[in-house]
Design a protein around this ligand. Sequence first.
Ligand code: ZN
Length: 275
Amino acid sequence: MFFVDSHCHLNLKKFSQVAGTSSVDYSVDAILDRARSADVKYVLNIGTELADLDEMRSISESHDNVFHTIGIHPLEAQRHLQQYSLNDISNILNGNCNSEKLVGIGEIGLDYHYTRESEQEQKKIFELQMDIAQKHSFPVVIHSRDVANDTLDIIGNYSDVKGVMHCFGGDRDFAFRALDLGFYISFSGDITFPKNIATRQEIVKIIPPDRLLVETDAPFLTPVPFRGKVNEPAFVVHTAKKISELLEMTEEKIAAITSKNFFDLFSPRCDTWTH
Ligand SMILES: [Zn+2]
């Protein structure tokens, strides 16, 4: 039995932001050692900005069990457009699409949770990255918060691009519409939070098992029973455990299903992937 963490951020900047002066070793090697000991065999390291491109690639090159995506997070859209032209962004991302261990574009999407002020910039950057995914036949990792309709409208314009709704927090309608578009639905550690009993814990029951993924979104969203600690890929087991209880399936079954789904979605891009 093994698990796959389909969404985490291994880069130093994010871990040091969250871990601060913790005495735990949060080097990539230490994080991956703990993941391996917890039967988390593969992890997908997710990009959020252009500045992390080199680090993403080098982590993948030096660790067999790590693959990565590249992309600009919606909350980074405005900052990138102040710094680069759309054309520059397109050239930089396209120029990085040849990495052997690159398996997708993400995380990309829309986020109106804090403000809608950057709505236009977010849409431009999102569409640009959907174009890139389409051009290179990559799946996409979608971040969508408080904005189901606009996200689904844009994705609906790219019928040949498949992907995953990461850290799903939407309602039934959003879930069904995303499934209709051929998307997978991924749950993170927040499905274990007691406040999400009526939302995520109910929604997971309507997702067909062959569209289900698990993730940590580490270093964020630490699952119960580790609230207060820094999240890391080893903890994806607790998200899977919660889902196994909710779906009344064994953990082995959830591990097998979610790992297979992960390979179905991402591994066509990567022939070095052995499982
Ligand atoms: Zn993320």
